[in-house]
Structure formats: structure tokens, C-alpha cells
Design a binder for this molecule. Structure first.
Ligand SMILES: NC(=O)c1ccc[n+]([C@@H]2O[C@H](COP(=O)([O-])OP(=O)(O)OC[C@H]3O[C@@H](n4cnc5c(N)ncnc54)[C@H](OP(=O)(O)O)[C@@H]3O)[C@@H](O)[C@H]2O)c1
Length: 281
């Protein structure tokens, strides 16, 4: 299989390259090599490399910055996927696109399925949802993987932020009234490889961690492992706080657990984020 990877330097992009099956070929592109917002660049890359599949790991992921950087977020999260979908459809190529739990408003009290109504609260969520819509309208056999709370050994993420703050401070206040499922980027990469390998039907698939927590509980798990592994000599004192006590530019869903039954039915296991956290730290 020949895969064109976009956003190759992001968390998912790096993890995808690390896990590429030995007999697959890849053209891994970062934003300087292939800007997905530029249709001509996308067309040239696809017509030259002639991939069997495009994996879009590129995105505007700075959730709070997006509130004041609307135009760029729209270009990267909606126009970019639209370009990839139109070229994929034109050349008969499979597109795997990645989206987010932040397409939901968090008012549910049971895990969100692929059919649950969307209602994003933020510019990031709205632009990611626009990306989903344009991808499914333009390339109906595209696979859209919605994931959540991504961490890895690469890039910026909550695990790395906690480890840095844990070195700098004796006490931290962490939001305890937003719940979701941490997801290891390497597991998302494996799930995408499995979906491509088994030529899964087009449509939306939820793929996230196998255990729901709050950010506070996630931080507790991170510091427990960090102390066990002697990455930190001692954990900071953690205080649970409410979202109202930690205002941010973007509103986030209070509850964004994704139901993984559809992807599990294909024999793909959800992300064992606790095991992955051990290895990551
Ligand atoms: N991170 C999370 O917690 C989270 C949660 C739910 C869903 N997701 C979704 O999961 C996917 C992967 O996220 P991630 O955490 O791996 O993201 P990431 O680490 O922020 O990486 C995103 C990559 O996209 C690249 N990019 C930005 N604009 C581009 C453009 N115009 N053309 C090509 N590449 C461009 C960036 O490159 P430059 O740095 O060079 O700009 C960056 O390397 C995304 O679709 C994201 O929306 C993430």
C-alpha cells in the first residue's frame, strides 16, 4: 500500500510513521512540503506519488487560539480536508481523515455514538465538523476517525504539560468537571492502519481510550506513573477545580466520551491509554 501522509510532524503523523507496516510505502509530508490548504499542491503530490490512500494527520489543533484565529482554523480544518477529499475522489483514492470529540456539546449522559447529534461549542469544534461534512459529501467512501484527548511522546499534549508543570510547581489545580477518554496517538495510528488494511467501509468511526476520566483524574494517573518511574521525585499537590474556576477562550464539552462499539466490531481494540501512559512517560 502507498500512503500519502499529511501533517507528518504532528503527534499522530509521527506515531503513524513509527508504525508503518514494513511492506507499505509512504510519502510523509509536513506543512512546508505539502500545505493541505493549497489545492494545487495537493493535486501535484497525489498525481506524482499516486498513493492508494491519503491519511490526513494535519489540523489546526490549538483549541483556544482558534477562537481568535478563525480564518486560519477554517482553512486548515475545513478547506484543507475539502481539497484532500476532492483530489481523493478525482483519483479514486481512499481518504482517512481525523476529527474530534469536540464536535459534541457535552450535554449527553451516555457515550456519544457516530450517529449522535453534533453541536460544537468552539471554533475548533465547528471547523472540524465542517471538515467532516465536506469530506463525507465529496468522498463518500472516506473514513473519518473521531478521537479525543490525544497524547504521545511527540509534540504538545496534556501529559507533557503536566510533567513540565510538575517539575516547576509544588501544587496544581486541575479541572475535574470535564470528562473524556485520553487516547494514545500510536494507538490511533494502529487503528487507521487496521482500517485501511481491512478496507473498512467509509463513514465515521469513534476511536478513543478505553477508560473515561476527568482531567484531574488523568493528571493523578500521570503523576503516579511519573513518580513510579522516577521521572519526578514527588508529585505536586493536586486540587480539583471546576471549569468556571479555570476560564479559557474556548468552551469545551463537559462530557465527551466516545462509544467505540462500531470500530470494536471490526476487531480493533480501543486505546489502552493507561498502558501507553506507562511507556510514554
Ligand atoms: N490533540 C488532541 O488532543 C486531539 C483531540 C481530538 C482530535 N484530534 C485530532 O487528531 C488529529 C491529529 O492531531 P495531533 O494531536 O497529532 O495534531 P498536532 O500534533 O497539532 O499536529 C498537527 C500537524 O498539522 C500540521 N499542519 C498544520 N497546518 C497544516 C497545513 N496547512 N498543511 C499541512 N499540515 C499542516 C502541523 O504542522 P506545523 O506544525 O508545521 O504547522 C502539525 O504538524 C487532528 O485531526 C486533530 O484535530 C486531536
Amino acid at each position: 500500500m502507498k500512503v500519502l501522509l499529511t501533517g507528518a510532524n504532528g503527534q499522530l503523523g509521527r506515531c503513524f510513521q513509527d508504525r508503518l507496516p514494513a511492506d507499505w510505502q509512504i510519502l510523509a509530508t509536513d506543512s512546508a512540503e505539502l500545505d493541505i490548504t493549497d489545492l494545487a499542491q495537493v493535486t501535484t503530490a497525489v498525481s506524482t506519488f499516486k498513493p492508494d490512500a491519503i491519511v490526513n494527520a494535519a489540523a489546526y489543533t490549538a483549541v483556544d487560539n482558534a477562537e481568535s484565529d478563525v480564518e486560519l482554523a477554517e482553512r486548515i480544518n475545513a478547506t484543507g480536508p475539502a481539497n484532500l477529499a476532492s483530489v481523493a475522489a478525482q483519483y479514486g483514492i481512499r481518504l482517512v481523515h481525523v476529527s474530534t470529540d469536540y464536535v459534541f456539546d457535552g450535554n449527553a449522559n451516555a457515550p456519544y455514538t457516530e450517529e449522535s447529534p453534533t453541536n460544537p461549542l468552539s471554533v475548533y469544534g465547528r471547523t472540524k465538523l465542517a471538515g467532516e461534512h465536506t469530506v463525507s459529501a465529496t468522498a463518500p467512501d472516506a473514513i473519518i476517525v473521531r478521537t479525543a484527548w490525544v497524547f504521545s511522546e511527540y509534540g504538545n499534549n496534556f501529559v507533557k504539560t503536566m510533567l513540565r508543570l510538575g517539575k516547576e510547581r509544588d501544587a496544581l489545580s486541575i479541572v475535574d468537571d470535564q470528562r473524556g477518554c485520553p487516547t494514545y496517538a500510536g494507538d490511533i495510528a494502529q487503528a487507521i492502519i487496521a482500517l485501511l488494511h481491512q478496507q473498512a467501509a467509509g463513514g465515521i468511526y469513534h476511536y478513543a481510550g478505553d477508560k473515561e476520566v476527568s482531567w484531574f483524574e488523568f493528571a493523578q494517573a500521570i503523576f503516579t506513573v511519573a513518580v513510579q518511574k522516577a521521572v519526578l521525585s514527588k508529585a505536586p499537590t493536586l486540587t480539583p477545580i471546576t471549569t468556571a474556576q479555570y476560564p479559557t477562550p474556548a468552551h469545551r464539552p463537559a462530557y465527551s466520551t466516545l462509544a467505540g462499539d462500531k470500530i470494536k466490531a471490526l476487531g480493533i481494540t480501543l486505546s489502552d491509554w493507561q498502558g501507553a501512559l506507562n511507556k510514554t512517560i
